[in-house]
Design a protein around this ligand. Structure first.
Ligand SMILES: [Zn+2]
Length: 405
């Protein structure tokens, strides 16, 4: 009976103890879970607002996420750390990827990169690919600028495996050293002297690109070509009529040259006549506006690219100097002059009177004009004789001897 009375009490106690134990277990789990919940919530809280930030920088999410994780456990700074990290990443990645299409975003960032590319590309050709490669290969940014000058000093000696010493070439200009190297690379097979000459002429760029006004329009050695132009208002002050000119032109108007050139041309015609040849002036000085009307009338029937091969744009015509004359004979029109016996005489004699034949079949790539056997240019006896003896035209002469001219 006693045992029977004690039994229920025991059961009650055991049940009470069990209940207490279960309660304690729940309570104890809630406390640590509250501690761990802090960071979870903070990261969740962060993700609520910056979630967009993180999504907006999908690429960069990996690195900052991992880096932020350990810090996050702490407290508030985590959030700012994560944000800072993500912001930094955006700064680095976005401009690189986004700037190109946007173009509105970073005018300051886009400009320098273009400038530096331009500088590099106008530097020796060899340094361009060389420069582009190193930064990619060698990670540290510091090594990039260090490599550039080192590489750019190399090209002159290594354009195509053959050492080229531009310095020893006539007309070498230190300022154009990088252009020589670049031109040599894009024109394999040219010797260094030709490279220097052609670069000096300006052939490394298309005709009419970055043209320059002539220094002295009234110089007898003025160079007017597709890189050098005359002022639109330039008109020689000493134009005189030619004594020997085609009869048709006499009725249509004057055929003039500057006085010195006109006198020399008259002598030339007389010397030719003494040997039985008839050379006549057909078209001498032309004003800017007249050249403009000629050129634009050609453009009505031919594409400009074609017209450019046989007619000069206004300001770019040697005729505006008053030192150029198109000739004919009494039997051959000016554009047939190349077929005349007079042309054969002219080739070997006009230099004695200070003239050269400027546009020939062999130099058309250099001048940009088709052959014009009828176009004589006055440069003076000394220069003309030199050019004749060295098979040069004025563009080459200036390119090679600019210092002594
Ligand atoms: Zn002409």
């Amino acid at each position: 009976m006693k045992q029977n009375g004690f039994g229920p009490v025991l059961i009650v106690i055991v049940v009470a103890l069990l209940a207490a134990l279960i309660w304690m277990m729940f309570t104890c789990q809630e406390i640590p879970s509250a501690v761990t919940a802090q960071p979870t919530q903070s990261s969740a809280g962060t993700s609520s607002a910056p979630a967009e930030t993180q999504k907006s920088e999908p690429v960069s999410s990996d690195a900052p996420a991992t880096a932020a994780a350990p810090t996050v456990t702490q407290t508030v700074p985590d959030t700012s750390a994560a944000e800072t990290a993500s912001v930094t990443i955006i700064d680095v990645t976005v401009p690189a990827t986004t700037v190109a299409p946007t173009e509105t975003a970073a005018p300051s960032a886009a400009a320098p990169s273009r400038t530096s590319y331009f500088v590099l590309s106008s530097a020796p050709a060899t340094s361009v690919p060389a420069t582009t490669v190193p930064p990619a290969t060698s990670a540290p940014a510091t090594s990039a600028p260090a490599t550039v000058p080192a590489t750019s000093s190399a090209p002159p000696a290594s354009s195509a495996g053959t050492p080229m010493s531009f310095e020893a070439s006539l007309g070498y200009n230190e300022k154009s050293a990088s252009l020589y190297a670049e031109y040599a690379k894009s024109h394999p097979g040219l010797d260094s002297q030709t490279v220097v000459k052609e670069v000096n002429i300006g052939l490394y760029r298309p005709f009419y690109t970055d043209p320059e006004p002539v220094d002295d329009p009234s110089s007898l050695l003025v160079l007017v070509n597709k890189y050098h132009y005359l002022p639109s208002d330039y008109e020689p002050t000493d134009l005189v009529d030619l004594k020997y000119r085609h009869p048709d032109r006499t009725s249509k108007g004057r055929v003039t040259l500057r006085s010195e050139a006109a006198a020399a041309f008259d002598k030339l015609c007389e010397a030719a006549a003494d040997e039985g040849y008839t050379i006549l002036g057909f078209s001498g000085y032309r004003s800017y506006s007249y050249q403009q009307s000629i050129y634009s009338s050609y453009c009505k029937s031919d594409p400009q690219s074609v017209v450019d091969t046989y007619s000069a744009r206004a300001g770019y015509s040697e005729h505006q100097t008053g030192l150029a004359i198109d000739v004919c004979t009494d039997e051959y029109a000016y554009n047939k002059f190349g077929k005349s016996p007079e042309y054969q005489w002219a080739k070997e004699n006009i230099h004695k009177f200070g003239f050269i034949i400027h546009y020939t079949e062999s130099n058309k790539d250099l001048t940009g004009y088709k052959n014009e056997e009828w176009h004589f240019r006055y440069v003076g006896v000394e220069a003309a004789t030199f050019m004749y003896e060295h098979c040069l035209v004025i563009d080459e002469y200036i390119a090679l001897y600019a210092d002594s001219v």
